[in-house]
Each structure stands twice: as C-alpha cells, then as structure tokens.
Design a protein around this ligand. Structure first.
Ligand SMILES: [Zn+2]
Ligand SMILES: [Zn+2]
Length: 360
C-alpha cells in the first residue's frame, strides 16, 4: 500500500454542461471563393476523441480569413467551410480522453488547430511547422459560429480577468506578432521598423517596445500613425508622403524590420530600411506572392531574411499573461457575426482602425 494517494482522476468518457447543446447552430459558411459568406444553420458534429465543443463568445476577423474566403493562396481550403481562427469561448462539452481543459473553462482556439505532438518539429518547440497540422478555419472548420469544435490539447486557457473580446485578436494577431519579435531577436535599444499598423501592427509595436526596442512605425494612413505613437512608437513614417527607406536610414537603419503590410512593395522597403547585419521578418501573406530582393547586398551587408508563422501554445500563454498584467492594449471594434461580409469589405477598404471582433 502506498502512503501517497495515487488514484488519478480518470477523465470521464464524455462530460458536458448541464445546459443541453443544440443539434444545429448558426455559422458563417464559405460555399464558393470570392462570393459572400452565408449565415446558416449547420449541424453539430459528434465529438471525436480529444475534441471539445466550445460556445463561442468572440471571434476576431483576421486577414487570413479573407484570403481563405477568396481562395487567394497556393494551398486552398475546400468549400464549404467555416472560417475563423481567433475564437474565444467556453468549453461546454468534452469528447473522450480530454484532460487538458474542463467544462466551463474559457479557451482560445488558434490557427494551429491540431499538431501531431510527436514529430521533430513538435518535440523541438516548432509545432507550428508540423507537417500533420490542421488549421482552424482553413483545413478544419473554424470559429465563425455560435459553437466550434476544437482539440482539447491545442486550445489555450484564457486567464481570469482577460476580456474575451481582447483575447480574440490576441489569439492570432497577438501571438503572430509576439513570435515575430522573438524571431527578429529584438534586444534593448534596437531600432525596430514595423511596416503596417493594423490588426497585427498595433500589437507588434507594443511587443517590440516590451522587448526593449525603439520602434519606427510605417503606414500610409495618418490616423494609424497617430495610433502607433499612442501605443509606443517613438518614430512614425507616412509612406504615402515620405520615403520610408530614406527616413529609417536617417535614423541609422533598422536592426530588425517586421513586414506586416499585405503589399510586396512594403517588403522591399522593409528590406532596404535595414542597417548592416539587420533582420527582415516576413509575416504578412500578400495574394501577390513575389518579392524582389538583391543577392549582392544581402551577402555584403550580412542580412537575414526569415519567415515567421503564428506562434506556439506556449507563445500564446505568454501573450495572455502580458495582457493580464496590463502590459498590452488591444484596439478592436465589435460587430455581429451576421455582418461578416460588410466587415470584410471594411477591412479591405482600410476603414478599420485595427481589429474587428465578431459576436456570434
Ligand atoms: Zn490570423
Ligand atoms: Zn508534429
């Protein structure tokens, strides 16, 4: 007989909230690329082993959702599908063998909807590169609905006191830019150029500043540059009226540049704004998939060019912890999920300050 009580609390085969979950729920569905999404009743799926059903409270609208709905990228989702990968809500039901979260927990459902957990990438802290990954709102149905199905192992708990409408943009825009600053290797006193001050950029500025960087923000809208200054950018450049390369080189050149604007030209400007030994981080994914970079200058100037894709669950935990500690501000506006098509039109026309968060 052991002196320690080692009886593990075995997960029940299936548990759920006392309130019954409906058999169908409303969701935004893409039936055909480049046509508006339809809001319709979809049937809820039976939970597979390891899955949870989440009642969605808030779901951010990311540029990736728009590219998904348009079928813009080389690897396309297969319609019909439900977009959304900045979903936050309450776990209302657990499938078999879920031990990571309990019914009633508030969780975030990120882009990395599933990773195998066993490959070289997964076991070395690079689960975001797992070849077996499934992505919410792309290869598996996402969070643009009243409910969403996710893997209990992959969701990230939202700390007490963090507003779900703040947590939603942090789930992609936050973790993506947080990781980009990590990948950039920003250290105190580095000059960090952030190209594009939108849903991602407004958070990148804050993470670069938290890392000790001095931030120069570049955009073509004066009100976004105003926002950038409020959030900690020391310098701003309006690329519509001023040459950002010249302006940033005048400051000594950027140690790191983070490319967040969905225009290849901004990537080229970001490259040319670097000082010798600088690092350019590719984050945005323009539909136009080509940039032109010079080989000679890259070699002679010792430039690093690196791609950064979202972040891990550990990165997202850190993002939430920073927010819970009051270190970041999320700029967002709330719309109804029923107005998702109008919201997309507004994002595409640049009529949105930072992030739209949809309420199912
Ligand atoms: Zn996203
Ligand atoms: Zn893997």
């Amino acid at each position: 007989m052991s002196i320690i009580d080692v009886r593990p609390t075995a997960p029940e085969l299936h548990d759920h909230a006392t309130e019954p979950t409906p058999q169908t729920y409303r969701a935004a569905v893409v039936h055909e690329f480049r046509t508006p999404m339809t809001i319709e009743q979809v049937s809820r799926r039976t939970l597979e082993t390891g899955q949870v059903l989440v009642k969605v409270e808030a779901t951010g609208l990311c540029h990736t959702d728009i590219h998904a709905a348009h079928g813009d990228w080389p690897v396309k989702p297969t319609p019909p599908f439900v977009p959304g990968h900045e979903g936050v809500g309450i776990v209302v039901e657990r499938g078999a063998a879920v031990t990571e979260v309990a019914v009633g927990d508030r969780v975030a459902m990120p882009w990395l909807g599933y990773a195998c957990g066993a490959c070289d990438y997964c076991v070395s802290g690079w689960e975001t590169l797992c070849l077996a990954q499934k992505n919410m709102g792309y290869s598996i149905d996402g969070t643009f609905g009243e409910y969403a199905v996710a893997y209990g192992r992959m969701v990230v708990k939202v700390p007490e006191g963090v507003d779900p409408f703040d947590a939603a943009p942090l789930t992609c825009a936050g973790v993506t830019t947080y990781k980009a600053v990590k990948v950039a290797g920003t250290r105190s006193s580095n000059l960090v150029a952030v190209f594009g001050v939108g849903g991602l950029g407004h958070l990148a500025i804050q993470y670069a500043a938290i890392a000790g960087g001095r931030v120069v923000a570049v955009d073509i809208h004066e009100e976004k540059l105003e926002l950038a200054r409020e959030l900690g950018a020391e310098f701003t450049v309006n690329a519509a009226t001023e040459d950002p390369i010249e302006a940033i080189q005048k400051l000594g050149g950027a140690h790191q540049a983070i490319a967040l604007a969905v225009a290849p030209k901004a990537f080229e400007q970001a490259y040319a704004s670097l000082r010798r030994g600088g690092t350019l981080v590719f984050v945005a994914l323009p539909a136009d998939n080509e940039v032109k970079l010079p080989i000679f200058e890259t070699v002679l100037n010792g430039i690093t060019v690196v791609g950064s894709i979202v972040g891990t669950r550990a990165d997202l935990r850190e993002v939430f912890a920073l927010h819970a500690a009051g270190k970041t501000t999320v700029i967002r506006e709330t719309r109804s999920l029923a107005d998702v098509n109008e919201a997309i039109a507004d994002v595409e026309a640049g009529r949105v300050a930072a992030r739209i968060v949809l309420e199912p």
